[in-house]
Design a protein around this ligand. Structure first.
Ligand SMILES: Nc1ncnc2c1ncn2[C@@H]1O[C@H](COP(=O)(O)OP(=O)(O)O)[C@@H](O)[C@H]1O
Ligand SMILES: O=C(O)C1=C[C@@H](OP(=O)(O)O)[C@@H](O)[C@H](O)C1
Ligand SMILES: [Mg+2]
Length: 271
């Protein structure tokens, strides 16, 4: 057979394979949505790591040519992430926005939630750093806090167009009313709380936070917390106490509370 004819024939075979894949994919996604209803009824989480491991093992064992084990695993990891994302899109049809004081776990919890729910994650501090090509510490040192707040505001304004994401905010995002307004357009604001003692113990070894660089103490944390408390509470649509809870436990609590709220007033707020 001529090379060009062969190429055409092989392409037709690929098209046939793709048709089957699309059919199977569509069916899989429909089943994924039915599973969501069962999980909801049983109070189960979207992310079931043991089940995902079993699926990976099963698809590899179904392979006739084991040379493709790595490839099939890669594809399936992505399929399972997309499945999680589809389920969480139905559960949480809005951005989940984490606010709260430094050290309450906004960044760590956001990252973990993103993994569990298959939702993309962004951190306003990282966005500011990327845009300025400087660390937060350098921005404060060279240009001062006011300039940092303007950069933070610009990032938040851009984020108001994002859909179905986890957004970890910098602790001072609530200092500007327009930030809160923009974040609420498509998001549910979840306040993470912790006492000054806990916060101090979580962040005492980390000097990347300029507001505490010269005075990393419980007294200084308490002072700034007191100044901001009302703003945090006013902005929050859901309040989560993180004291004596692991990062996983905080994530569970957020998911549970958001689902609980969803049955009463979320659909009205976020339709
Ligand atoms: N619930 C928690 N329990 C224990 N350590 C935590 C918890 N939440 C966050 N941490 C830790 O505290 C530190 C600060 O967390 P981070 O997510 O950076 O806070 P934030 O973004 O709110 O400033 C990190 O070392 C993180 O691993
Ligand atoms: O509370 C604040 O004003 C700040 C909190 C920091 O973020 P984290 O809350 O993630 O530490 C960072 O945005 C900056 O250092 C200022
Ligand atoms: Mg952070």
């Amino acid at each position: 057979m001529e090379t060009l004819d062969l190429l055409e024939k092989l392409r037709q075979e690929i098209d046939e394979c793709d048709k089957k894949i699309v059919e199977a994919f569509e069916k899989r996604m429909e089943i994924v949505l039915q599973i969501l209803e069962c999980k909801k009824a049983k109070g189960m989480g979207v992310f079931q790591p043991e089940r995902e491991e079993q699926i990976l093992e099963k698809v590899v064992s179904n392979l006739r040519n084991k040379n493709f084990s790595g490839e099939i695993k890669e594809v399936y990891r992505e399929i399972m992430r997309v499945s999680r994302r589809l389920q969480s899109k139905h559960l949480f049809p809005y951005n989940i926005v984490l606010i709260g004081f430094m050290g309450t776990g906004k960044s760590a919890v956001g990252k973990q939630l993103s993994q569990w729910l298959g939702m993309p994650w962004t951190d306003t501090d990282r966005m500011v750093e990327e845009r300025a090509r400087m660390t937060i510490g350098e921005i404060f040192e060279i240009y001062g806090e006011k300039y940092f707040r303007e950069l933070e505001k610009a990032v938040v304004q851009d984020l108001q167009h994002g859909d179905h994401m986890i957004i970890s905010c910098g602790g001072g995002v609530i200092l500007k009313g327009e930030n809160v307004e923009a974040l609420k357009k498509k998001g549910k604001l979840v306040l993470l709380q912790a006492g000054a003692d806990t916060i101090y113990h979580r962040i005492k070894g980390d000097f990347s936070r300029p507001l505490l660089k010269d005075d990393m103490s419980i007294t200084q944390i308490t002072k700034i917390l007191d100044e901001r408390r009302q703003r945090y509470l006013k902005a929050a649509e859901l309040v989560i106490d993180t004291e004596n809870k692991s990062i996983d436990e905080v994530c569970h609590e957020i998911i549970l509370q958001l689902i609980e709220k969803g049955t009463c007033n979320l659909s009205a707020d976020f339709s």
